[in-house]
Design a protein around this ligand. Structure first.
Ligand code: ZN
Length: 347
């Protein structure tokens, strides 16, 4: 088969698209003929190399993808060749106290397909049966590949972790990113008043199309002051932050009393300054959130399949142009998801 892979960590030049040995599935795995894969910033981190992540090389990246079942291991019961499926990326042990208690995203051995194990940006991929969800016939491969990781992540952040209530005010930072644009749609669906930040008029227009009631260009104005004005000095109830670093201080300033800041990433910095006085005096909550559970995928993905939520596809590229695909994420060009398709399937 052909696959995207790298033999060493590094910049985009380490990415190749070439012949690679076919996967050898375990008894509980399904071999999927991939029709599309989607990128997440995680693919960039994995390619660059993360502290403490010691991957066997060469490594195939990619945590999001969709395709047709090609073959099934002997223990597989839910799928048969020809089925349309999408991949969810959380891998858990099933036996630790947290898995047994019903939330596998707390697993002590939690791993992510594509980050800790071989991913799916390839013509064929062996995926555990537990990580596949069925995809109805009317859903395009691009949509099926783009939805799982970001919609599952944003759903867990807002619905499970922040316990968002109708009528609350939500601020989504970086609404042009995958998680950001999913969070805007989910917050609106949950009945919230949605504020969104992005860096250009085009991105803000798309954020408004996703359901944002108020948009703020963070390149032009300091969003903490804007939120202060727009909410009549009150602040917002929930903030979705996947940026970290320079946004952190302003996020804490933008929360109302009893507000919740939910973070799922620190793309721009892991060690921001925190004003503890504000945390206790305003009785704020800082909530971490990472990926999601199979149950959360089952809750949110049908709402993508029925068109309630729409992943915005910024570009579809053949896998041989994977370097350019990574660069679209690294330069923050565009809005929504970047999709890669095996060259043999690309039209
Ligand atoms: Zn576990």
């Amino acid at each position: 088969m052909k696959a995207v892979y790298f033999e060493d960590h590094g910049d985009r030049d380490v990415l190749q698209y070439d012949d690679f040995p076919d996967p050898e599935p375990d008894r509980d795995e399904v071999v999927v003929e991939m029709r599309a894969g989607a990128l997440n910033f995680l693919d960039v981190w994995t390619r660059r190399g993360l502290p403490g992540l010691d991957l066997p090389l060469p490594h195939i990246p990619g945590s999001d993808g969709a395709g047709v079942v090609h073959a099934v291991g002997e223990d597989v019961t839910r799928f048969a060749p020809g089925d349309r499926v999408a991949v969810t990326a959380g891998l858990s042990c099933g036996v630790c106290e947290f898995c047994r208690d019903g939330d596998p995203s707390f697993c002590v051995d939690f791993r992510v397909l594509g980050e800790h194990t071989r991913g799916v940006h390839s013509e064929l991929a062996a995926v555990p049966e537990a990580n596949l969800v069925p995809v109805p016939d009317h859903v395009s491969w691009e949509v099926a590949a783009s939805a799982p990781l970001v919609f599952q992540t944003a759903w867990r952040m807002l619905i499970t972790r922040a316990e968002l209530e109708p009528g609350e005010k939500v601020l989504v930072l970086g609404a042009s990113g995958g998680v950001g644009h999913a969070a805007v749609q989910i917050a609106k669906y949950a009945g919230a008043e949605v504020y969104a930040t992005a860096s250009s008029p085009e991105k803000l227009e798309l954020a408004a199309e996703c359901g944002a009631d108020h948009v703020i260009n963070y390149e032009k104005t300091d969003y903490a002051s804007e939120i202060y004005e727009m909410t009549d000095k009150r602040g917002v109830d929930v903030i979705v932050d996947h940026v970290g670093g320079p946004t952190w201080k302003d996020s804490i300033k933008s929360l109302a009393k009893n507000g919740r800041l939910v973070t799922c990433g620190a793309t721009l910095g892991r060690h921001p300054e925190t004003d503890l006085n504000r945390i206790f005096w305003h009785q704020l909550q800082i909530l971490g959130s990472s990926m999601g559970t199979p149950g959360e995928a089952d809750d949110v993905l049908p709402l993508v399949w029925d068109g309630t939520f729409r992943p915005h596809i910024r570009e579809v590229l053949p896998m041989s142009e994977v370097k350019r695909a990574h660069s679209l994420l690294e330069t923050r060009n565009g809005f929504g998801k970047v999709v890669v398709v095996p060259d043999a399937q690309y039209e």
